[in-house]
Ligand binder design. Sequence first.
Ligand code: NDP
Ligand code: MG
Length: 381
Amino acid sequence: MIEIKTLTVLGSTGSIGTQTLDVARMHGYRIKALSAHKNYKLAEEQAREFGPETVCMTDETAYSELKTRLADTDIKVVYGKDALCETAAAPCDMVINAVVGMVGLEPTLAALNAHNRVGLANKETLVTGGELVKAAEKANNVDIVPIDSEHSAIFQSLMGNEHNKIEKIILTASGGPFFGYNKDMLRSVTMEQALHHPNWNMGRKITTDSATLMNKGLELIEAVRLFGVTPEQVEVVVHRQSILHSAVEYEDGAVIGQLGVPDMKIPIQFAVTYPKRLPSCSKKLSLFDVGTMTFERADEETFVCLAEARKAIAKGGTAPTVLNGANEAAVAAFLDGKIPFFRIGELVCECCGAVPYKGEVTLETIAEADLSAREYINGNI
Ligand code: NDP
Ligand code: MG
């Protein structure tokens, strides 16, 4: 068992990153390195509080700014994608990957190849390069512990059942802010509505993905990659209260799940302390307060992103990369105010039908498929 003492946090200025630092603060973990993209102000505050050896910025202007601001310290400020991989590979007890988007893939591989344990929030990594990531995990004999709440719940439900066959994974979904809407109703929703998630406070990209249900599509692929099940073994269940975070059904009909209040600090902390559990500052679950838990089917005719994700994982190869690249580009366009909400799903489906995919998955074919998908979207908005 590894006793975690030193963490590197990639994407430290984001929703998961800041909550990871809350956990580190509470338990007194040492921070080896941090990374951020543009938010040099928060990165400076974090660097001054936690005193890492290195801070990596992936935006050039933010890098220059942070370098100047930290000139009175001996903290090394580095810049760029290669530096991000080097930061991930520097020896530490665990790398928390909380960057957003498939830019997280290479740092994840770099961390694993350097024998660093990885706490993985960055689901796009598994969607695009799942095969490569799992191969690196195996080759280096090092653990990936999921942070995504559903996958953490599945991971916890599998503990002690290593030799038992999984019959089915029950992947719960909150349904997002537009649950119950039909296609027509989705045509007039605003960005403000889309960015208002009923249960979770998250970054803008994943909040949008939760509203289109692409988040559940990405998570379905993530579950297939992480737990070695078929897509047919993953059942998506809309559970509006976000209390049952997912479950596993075994051959004998027993269903084991994990419940708790919707608070990402619980799965973040568990990834770090696994297999131990430590006290946390999160609210405890009161089933009396919850009262009722409901379970419904997702409407995949309206929320086409989920259906498209199923198609992509069934095709395999670089098809999930095309799906993910199309979605990242379409969501960025939506968040820039360039397209309305309903166009995200339409564009993703069009792109998946138009951009060819390859059977072979390598860093090169992934980069190529991702670029083609982004070009398709940017050329069609
Ligand atoms: P945020 O948008 O809040 O944070 C993203 C982080 O990544 C920030 O530190 C940001 O830096 C950095 N970043 C942004 N763009 C780049 C880039 N091009 N290169 C390197 N770093 C970049 O996202 P979340 O914390 O919400 O999500 C992070 C990941 O975790 C996502 O993959 C998401 O799907 C997953 N996840 C999140 C959950 C949540 O509750 N938030 C739940 C489950 C999974 P800066 O701030 O400087 O721009
Ligand atoms: Mg999730």
